[in-house]
Design a protein around this ligand. Structure first.
Ligand SMILES: Cc1cc2nc3c(=O)[nH]c(=O)nc-3n(C[C@H](O)[C@H](O)[C@H](O)COP(=O)(O)OP(=O)(O)OC[C@H]3O[C@@H](n4cnc5c(N)ncnc54)[C@H](O)[C@@H]3O)c2cc1C
Length: 462
């Protein structure tokens, strides 16, 4: 691929084609760190027209391209391990248009998610998609993965925010999809094919999202419970009592990992009931009536669903409580966890967790599993930890069997093996078990239509 460096330089300028191995390495991986980075070149376009020229060149010479956002992905989607050319949209980070009457913002794909949130705030509005990696991920990467996060329960995921997309297809066509309209029933809406397509159909270059009115003041409550089934009761009860923005779940082992890794203290004093097997984190509009929360707490305690609870008294305390949840993923990373990002319908969640725990204990008693996730939308992150003293290789040899066990139960219970992280390289081989062959046939037809020579993210997803 290096022979094409001069042609790429002619498109984006000399200094925007990276050729040194050391400088390219970070562009060839995401947060999975399971594969060795091996890009041939890294190209940094500055406009949609430059992206189009890159794609046309790639088609001419059969050059495989990997779209690259903030590389916070957890499925290997942005990995370049086979000498591909990485195309990073990091220079395309301009806010292009804000429309006050529409309450929408149009920006380039390389805008960092947190910057979009801050921009919304400056307009007195709110961009609700949020998660622990928002400080690094790009809006283009969020659209490509249909990122979810902590407030899906109230606002939906990325898909629900997107009103328009400008894309360059794998064939090099520029499509202006839906143009920021709220209503537009002119035939099939291709925008939705690109959302969640993980870079296999083309480059997302510009995004128009709707902004929300800012939520009223929020309260954060953490409750300790003896079983996840009890937390689900709390969830149902809280839905009827307050306006929920988030309902998250942290198992005790996850809480322990956070307190050990970050030095943060558990919000609960050590009593006979804490540490507890699990914790729920609720965020909701602070109720107008002072006794709403005390009545809610009393009801949950009377029913035996919770043992204890803490509620934030200030914004600083809310942030500290949220950190207990947001730091779980990073705190577990030293244990090299085998991650599973699964979803089942809420009505099946208690059964799924109970059966999964029994199966894991029976078949892999030597492994410790840690549960956490977005309980309020049925999305659970099940991390199985590498035992102390085991080499990565020894642990890796069990990975297929362990994940097989998890995914078989997910399938049996009608769930999803990728709730929000996408398929990428990680789940590409088993996707066929999740999605019916007839459906995949239509995906392939779509891919063929947008990217006839498969230059886009070859070998990923399908
Ligand atoms: C600590 C931590 C917590 C996380 N929590 C969550 C969470 O709660 N919810 C959640 O959904 N995810 C979560 N993630 C995963 C990740 O942050 C999201 O998937 C995010 O949307 C990825 O965005 P990115 O810009 O980093 O994309 P990348 O990792 O760069 O790319 C992801 C995929 O999108 C493609 N892509 C990137 N940009 C474009 C583009 N412009 N056009 C076409 N294709 C493109 C890539 O090729 C790749 O297939 C978490 C990750 C970490 C590390």
């Amino acid at each position: 691929m290096k022979q094409f460096a001069e042609q790429f330089k002619a498109i984006v300028g000399d200094k925007n084609v990276i050729t040194s191995k050391a400088e390219m390495a970070p562009y060839g991986i995401d947060r999975t760190t399971l594969w060795q980075p091996n890009p041939s070149l890294v190209v940094r376009p500055d406009s949609i027209e430059q992206v189009q020229q890159i794609v046309l060149l790639a088609n001419q010479h059969n050059i495989p391209l990997v779209p690259s956002g903030g590389r916070t992905g957890l499925s290997g989607g942005a990995v370049a391990k086979d000498g591909e050319v990485v195309v990073t949209l990091e220079r395309m980070k301009r806010i292009l248009h804000y429309s006050a009457p529409d309450q929408t913002v149009t920006c380039e794909a390389g805008v960092i998610t947190q910057h979009l949130q801050q921009f919304a705030e400056q307009q007195g509005l709110f961009y609700p998609v949020d998660f622990a990696s928002s400080g690094s991920s790009h809006i283009g990467g969020n659209v490509a993965t249909n990122a979810g996060g902590i407030r899906v329960l109230r606002y939906g995921g990325t898909r629900e925010q997107v009103l328009g997309l400008k894309v360059v297809t794998g064939n090099g066509d520029i499509l202006d999809l839906n143009r920021g309209l709220v209503k537009n029933n002119c035939g099939p809406d291709l925008r939705h094919l690109f959302i969640g397509s993980e870079g296999i159909l083309g480059f997302i270059c510009e995004v128009t999202v709707r902004l929300q009115p800012p939520p009223p003041p929020q309260s954060v409550m953490v409750v300790s419970a003896r079983a996840i089934t009890d937390l689900l009761e709390v969830f149902q009860c809280s839905r009827k009592t307050v306006t929920l923005s988030a309902f998250e779940f942290i198992a005790q082992q996850a809480m322990d990992a956070v307190t050990a890794h970050t030095g943060q203290h558990s919000p609960f004093k050590n009593t006979s009931t804490t540490p507890a097997p699990c914790y729920g984190l609720l965020e909701f509009d602070t109720p107008n009536k002072a006794n709403t929360i005390t009545d809610f707490f009393a009801q949950c305690q009377q029913q035996g669903w919770i043992d204890d609870a803490v509620i934030s008294q200030s914004e600083r305390q809310s942030k500290e409580l949220w950190q207990l949840r947001e730091n779980v993923s990073e705190s577990l990373s030293p244990h090299k966890p085998l991650k599973h990002d699964v979803a089942v319908r809420m009505e099946k969640l208690p059964e799924f967790i109970a059966r999964m725990e029994v199966k894991l204990a029976e078949e892999f008693p030597q492994l410790q599993s840690v549960w956490f996730g977005h309980l309020g939308d049925g999305n659970i992150h099940l991390n199985v930890l590498k035992p102390e003293g085991w080499s990565e290789q020894r642990f890796g040899e069990l990975a297929t069997e362990v994940s097989g066990l998890v995914y078989r139960l997910v399938w049996e219970m009608g769930g999803s093996i990728s709730a929000e992280h996408g398929v990428g390289l990680l789940k590409q081989r088993i996707l066929g078990r999740q999605v019916a062959g007839t459906e995949v046939k239509h995906w392939l037809a779509a891919r063929n239509s947008f990217d006839a020579h498969s230059v886009m993210n070859r070998g990923k997803v399908i």
